[in-house]
Design a binder for this molecule. Structure first.
Ligand SMILES: Cc1ncc(COP(=O)(O)O)c(C=O)c1O
Length: 381
């Protein structure tokens, strides 16, 4: 089945017993056991719930994995994956990544004896030379949030395999519609499904897909033991959102290209981070490992242009956290999504105060551009 059809019919397609075209919301915490020592396959909804399972099967089908797991947020999903590691283990992470991922590694897992090494994962030589005896996994985001660095997934997975490490990919920006890390050699895929998969800014959720039975058993044990599961209604919302992923994503891609081209004509803008530009260093790899350049753009206003006033002057585009919704969203990484990254690291990699991150929605690009144009006019020097 082609991905556009799998988005709609993958996982558990509807309800066999009634013919309902949608999987019902099994809003239940527990299940009646027919006999002593016998159950229906479900015992308690932290351990298993049919609506959540339908979503878990769907994301596993979409990513081409062995099994999927749904959590109450992207961070709960990442936390479950990091719980696979033990004291003494080290994880390599990119030099720019979602601030919350850095925070949980730096402020929570470090306390349990799990260390990390920061590398520019877009440079395979740097990755290779950072591998030491303690390293057990390479965690990548591609494109990175917020600087849109592209990492060669297949290249990293090869280094990982040579050294017996796990490759973990946060696929939030791309979704399996555009990029399938497991087919490129990754072991574990993580999503903040709050973003493009949900697509409507109405649910906070996270998903994990693993590529083997052994990892599936361990992840299920962690999911059931730590308990950060996704609720049945939220699972339903995600299944519903995923059905339209292909059409939404196609439009996000198209709109982002038009908006990026518009931004490149403006004198107020110093730099644009957008992998769709031929001049982007990761453009070539992105073109081979993904089916499109996505809907995210980051850009830096020239010195002296008031970024706070710019953000406050936008009317159509929502100034707030998050991304990947049908509506355009803009945020200020240095003070919002990436405030947890140390100041020196932020400055070194380019998460400066003038950096703006834009999630281009699926509205008319005429309106999006007009809104940005008006806000730029207001901050003219
Ligand atoms: C790339 C990426 N990964 C993970 C997360 C965390 O997801 P959540 O906010 O659903 O916990 C985010 C949130 O912005 C993100 O952008």
């Amino acid at each position: 089945m082609k991905v556009e059809s799998l988005l709609i019919h993958g996982g558990v397609d509807g309800d066999k017993s009634t013919g309902a075209v949608n999987v019902p919301i099994y809003q239940t915490s527990t299940y009646k056991q027919p006999k002593f020592g016998v159950n229906t396959g479900y015992e308690y909804s932290r351990t298993g719930n049919p609506t959540r399972e339908a979503l878990e099967k769907l994301i596993s089908d979409l990513e081409g994995g062995y099994a999927g797991f749904a959590f109450g947020s992207g961070m709960a999903a990442t936390t479950a994956v990091l719980s696979l590691f033990n004291s003494g283990d080290k994880i390599l992470i990119p030099n720019n990544l979602y601030g919350g991922t850095f925070r949980v590694i730096d402020k929570v897992f470090k306390n349990f004896g799990i260390s990390y090494g920061i590398v520019d994962t877009s440079k395979l030589d740097e990755v290779r030379s950072a591998v030491d005896d303690n390293v057990k996994a390479i965690f990548i985001e591609t494109p990175t949030n917020p600087l849109m660095d592209i990492t060669d997934i297949e290249g990293v997975a090869k280094i990982a395999k040579e050294n017996n490490l796990y490759t973990i990919v946060d696929n939030t920006f791309m979704t399996p519609y555009l990029q399938k890390p497991i087919s490129l050699g990754a072991d574990i895929v993580i999503h903040s499904a709050t973003k493009y998969l949900g697509g409507h800014s109405d649910v906070v959720s996270g998903l994990v897909v693993v590529n083997s039975e052994q990892l599936a058993e361990r992840l299920h044990f962690i999911q059931n033991s730590t308990g950060g599961v996704l609720a049945p209604f939220d699972s339903f919302l995600l299944i519903r959102g995923i059905k339209t992923l292909a059409v939404r994503m196609d439009r996000h891609i198209l709109n982002a290209k038009i908006v990026a081209e518009f931004l490149s004509t403006r004198e107020e803008i110093e730099k644009i981070y957008y992998p769709g530009f031929v001049s982007h260093p990761g453009h070539g790899i992105q073109g081979t490992q993904a089916k499109g350049f996505g809907g995210m753009i980051s850009f830096v206003l020239k010195d002296g242009y008031d970024y706070k006033k710019f953000l406050e002057s936008l009317e159509l585009i929502t100034f707030g956290e998050s991304l990947g919704g049908v509506e355009s969203l803009v945020c200020h990484p240095a003070s919002m999504t990436h405030a947890a990254l140390p100041y020196e690291l932020r400055q070194k990699v380019g998460i400066v105060d003038n950096l703006i991150r834009l999630s281009v929605g699926i509205e008319s690009t005429d309106d999006i551009i007009e809104d940005i144009e008006n806000a730029l006019e207001k901050i003219k020097r």
